[in-house]
Design a protein around this ligand. Structure first.
Ligand code: 2HG
Ligand code: ZN
Length: 453
């Protein structure tokens, strides 16, 4: 029996897609930089079908790329060519929120926005948020340990995972969905699977820890003269505003690009090299806390937004960067983490470093100030020309930073993992991969280059 038919027998004819037109949306990533044809796209309906799909692929020796909402930015969730593309989109059920425990079981294919809505309906908060909320799915969010703006207060996806269910490469199912907060019996397999980018197992469901719903929010967009001034503002916010929920930044050229793309008038009158977008959230109005922090930092020209519409208007300036950049070309995306003390040096040097590596390269820099998480977007180099990426990543390591903060390593940065983590750590990672996926079935080439399995 051929592969497609064997898979169709598991998931049903309608959910084993061979037609190139039907496969196409699963085969190219959001930026347009990564992707290749899959042999077949399979859309199982539940964990048992996922397990059977992996067994069939194992028997026939076919590699598998798991995919959630296809919003990944490092090429980890689209085919490299010839794999089975395993879409988790149909595993989208969200259980009832257990109000006493503050937990909910959510299928890998449920979107972050759907989880947020379910939590809100139960008087809770999902505690995680970022621009891809309407398309990204919880399995992918956990598989790459996504972060977003609120990570500064509530942590990355990892902090919200009480337990999870996953199918391992041999088709066996491991499950910790009971929601036991204290359960240290044996190795913490769920923790190992968080951030493993589909290379160690396929996450099918997550037991999610909700947070308190803080109904009162206020945001401030603050133009500042330098990154040093931005860091001083961050310190003042931390000192004066325990309600600080997020603290992002962008630069003036990014603002111009976004405003032009969104065809709106620039709401910022006092132009500056750097803009900080800070938001406070509390049960009672946090405006006074925010005002006290701004005063302590000597700021009197902030744009304050204390209603939902104006807050969303400010956030569109920050979150709109990704779409505006995509409209300008196929970006090389380097999601990196930089120690705050090195941030000024980093942001100043990167445009020159990138342009020296590939003349004409344009660098657009923005991100999450509170975490030192910088999204370096490079426009200009061909999709396969990695000279500018390499030069920037080299500088990241020189600054004592990390090559991946919240998007994952994927295939985009796998080459860099050993430089970043060192030989011993990568050898241990290979040993884990070898133990859990000895045939190298799952997401080959992601995280570990040529995993010698
Ligand atoms: C964000 O913070 C996302 O908006 C995407 O992590 C970043 O487009 C990017 O580089
Ligand atoms: Zn981000």
């Amino acid at each position: 029996m051929d592969l497609r038919q064997a898979l169709a027998n598991v998931v049903g004819e309608r959910h084993a897609l061979e037609d190139p037109e039907l496969r196409a949306p699963y085969e190219r990533d959001w930026t347009g930089r990564f992707g290749a044809p899959a042999t077949v796209v399979v859309r199982p309906a539940n964990t048992a079908e996922v397990a059977e799909v992996l067994r069939v692929c194992g028997d026939l020796g076919t590699t598998v790329v798991p995919q959630g909402g296809n919003t990944g930015l490092v090429g980890a969730s689209v085919p490299r060519g010839g794999e089975v593309l395993l879409s988790l989109a149909r595993l989208d059920t969200i259980g009832e929120v257990d109000e006493a425990l503050g937990q909910v079981t959510v299928g890998a294919g449920a979107t972050l926005a759907a989880l947020q809505a379910a939590c809100r309906a139960a008087g809770k908060d999902a505690g995680l948020d970022f621009a891809a909320r309407d398309s990204c799915t919880i399995g992918g969010v956990v598989a790459c340990d996504a972060g977003g703006a609120r990570a500064l207060r509530l942590g990355t996806a990892r902090a919200h995972v009480v337990g999870l269910e996953a199918v391992l490469a041999d088709g066996s199912v491991v499950s910790r969905l009971q929601g036991l907060m204290k359960d240290n019996a044996g190795y913490d397999l769920p923790a190992l699977l968080v951030g493993s980018e589909g290379t160690l197992g396929v996450i099918t469901a997550v037991r999610w820890r909700t947070t308190a719903l803080l109904g009162s929010r206020v945001a401030a967009l603050v133009p500042v003269a330098s990154v040093t001034a931005a860091a001083e503002l961050l310190a003042a916010l931390r000192a004066e505003a325990p309600s600080l929920d997020s603290c992002d930044f962008f630069l003036d050229d990014g603002l111009e690009l976004v405003v032009a793309y969104q065809q709106r008038s620039n709401p910022v009158r006092d132009r500056a090299p750097v803009y900080v977008l800070a938001e406070c959230a509390a049960r009672t109005d946090p405006t006074d806390e925010l005002a006290a922090a701004l005063e302590r930092a000597g700021i009197d020209d902030a744009l304050i937004a204390d209603d939902t519409t104006s807050r969303e208007g400010l956030w569109r300036l920050r979150e709109g960067h990704t779409e505006a950049i995509n409209a300008a070309g196929v970006p090389h995306k380097l999601d990196v983490g930089i120690p705050l003390a090195q941030l000024e040096r980093f942001l100043e040097a990167v445009p020159t470093i990138a342009a020296e590596a590939v003349p004409g390269t344009r660098a657009i820099l923005f991100g999450h100030l509170g975490d030192g998480n910088v999204h370096v977007n490079l426009l200009g180099p061909d999709p396969n020309d990695e000279r500018a990426d390499d030069a920037v990543l080299e500088f990241v390591l020189e600054c004592g930073g990390t090559i991946s903060a919240e998007h994952g390593v994927g295939i985009a940065k796998a080459r860099w993992l050993e430089r970043a983590r060192g030989e011993a750590e990568v050898a241990a990672m290979r040993a884990v991969k070898q133990a859990l996926d000895p045939a190298g079935l799952l997401n080959p080439g992601a995280v570990l280059v040529e995993a010698r399995v």
